[in-house]
Design a protein around this ligand. Structure first.
Ligand SMILES: C[S@@+](CC[C@H](N)C(=O)[O-])C[C@H]1O[C@@H](n2cnc3c(N)ncnc32)[C@H](O)[C@@H]1O
Length: 274
């Protein structure tokens, strides 16, 4: 990929974006082959891939899980999606998958990163069923009471709360279980939570190295054991097949054959509010 087609810092035109500090949203974009990243992001991302060469493949599997989960939920009748930590737009975004199955589906993307929000906003021009908000997901009350969210989402009806590859950026001090519990308390019975989360259970050495590298970015990362990840679902009940490695979650819903990679450092699952 040629550097001249990548974004340049002086083209960015965004206040408050420090392009010298590696950033999780832009590093993730780099792993997925995107163009919205800078030299500091690429250098750190290359170090992380050096420590864990399977990472880009794992993240493709994460995106593939996200698409299957959205497809599954639309088929359960869900028409409202709140995507917390939605990231930079990439192939197969939530609104594309959901609205392809159900044109009346409504989506609110939430991300704290100004770059992710700017590019999501550009992508959503002309789509009245989708909105993006620049907010910190650690403030559930602020997110759920936002006027633009309420315009799009009727909280008296079931919604899907998506927290995909993001809660591992929330430290224990911020209480991930409490945060998702606060969202869960405000949504209707029959709502769902979609979660994927990095874990060191299968590859502890890689997790240790990645944790050390991310500690030097603006977004430290927290790998968690399976039981702590499952706890984030709170009183939502996991639907079959439960909390599993990505390829084991409803592979029959895939839009393309799933790549096979051995051990995967993460779990994913979908749970329903009784
Ligand atoms: C690895 S990306 C995941 C993107 C997408 N959910 C996916 O799975 O493809 C993590 C995203 O979470 C966002 N994020 C991290 N902490 C956040 C917070 N406190 N509030 C909102 N977004 C956050 C980052 O900016 C980044 O865009």
């Amino acid at each position: 990929m040629n550097d001249h087609v990548r974004v340049r810092a002086d083209d960015w035109g965004q206040d408050g974006v420090d392009t010298d500090v590696p950033n999780a949203a832009r590093m993730y974009d780099y792993y997925l082959g995107g163009l919205h990243n800078f030299p500091a992001d690429r250098e750190m991302a290359q170090r992380v891939v050096g420590a864990y060469p399977a990472l880009p493949g794992v993240l493709q599997l994460n995106r593939a899980f996200l698409r299957r989960a959205v497809r599954y939920l639309v088929r359960q009748g869900i028409r409202q999606f709140i995507d917390l930590g939605s990231g930079l737009p990439t192939v197969g975004n939530v609104h594309e998958v959901a609205q392809a199955e159900a044109p009346d589906a409504r989506i609110v993307y939430v991300d704290v990163d100004p770059t992710a929000v700017l590019h999501s906003r550009l992508m959503l021009v002309g789509n009245p069923g989708a909105t993006v908000l620049q907010l910190d997901l650690r403030n559930p009350e602020q997110v759920l009471s936002h006027r633009d969210l309420r315009w799009q989402i009727d909280l008296s009806q079931p919604v899907a709360l998506l927290t995909v590859a993001v809660m591992h950026f929330i430290g224990d001090a911020d209480d991930p279980v409490g945060i998702m519990g606060a969202y869960g308390a405000e949504v209707a019975s029959g709502s769902y939570m979609v979660l994927s989360h990095a874990s060191g259970d299968n590859e502890p050495e890689a997790a240790e190295k990645i944790t050390a590298l991310y500690a030097r970015t603006g977004n430290p990362m927290y790998f968690r054991p399976r039981a702590e990840i499952e706890a984030i679902f709170g009183d939502f009940e996991l639907v079959p097949p439960g909390l599993v490695v990505p390829n084991e979650w409803h592979p029959e819903l895939a839009d393309a054959p799933l790549a096979e990679i051995g051990n995967v450092s993460g779990y994913c699952g979908v749970a329903r509010k009784p």
